[in-house]
Structures are given as structure tokens and as C-alpha cells.
Design a protein around this ligand. Sequence first.
Ligand SMILES: [Zn+2]
Ligand SMILES: [Zn+2]
Length: 69
Amino acid sequence: MWQRDSRRFFTKKQRRTAYLNHDGRCAKCSEYLTQGFHMHHLRRWADGGQTELDNSSPLCERCHKDIDK
Ligand SMILES: [Zn+2]
Ligand SMILES: [Zn+2]
């Protein structure tokens, strides 16, 4: 049976890769990301979205608040 990835949180390595892929900037507003930037699930984890880079974008705290209410 197909099993969904049960990890909710991205690994340090995934965060680092996403960060580098976006030149250290927020995927939405292009502000420079701080250390505590948010790895956002494009398809919500609660809706079955995977914890994979394909399904993620790094966001600054402000943008993330706008998206995930
Ligand atoms: Zn932003
Ligand atoms: Zn999010």
C-alpha cells in the first residue's frame, strides 16, 4: 500500500537546499531570509502534501503569515 511521507518538517539539508535555490530570498517578496525562515508546503501537509522540496517554498515570516492564517 502506498504510504504517504509522514514527516511534517523539512530537514536541515532540505532547508539549506531550498535556501540556496532561492538565493537566500523569500519565494514571494524576495526579502532576504533570516535563519528562522519558514519552509512552506505548497500543497498543505494536512491535505496530503509531501515534505519534499518539490512541494515547498521558503518564505519570510511576514509572507508566511499572509498565506497560512
Ligand atoms: Zn516574504
Ligand atoms: Zn506554511
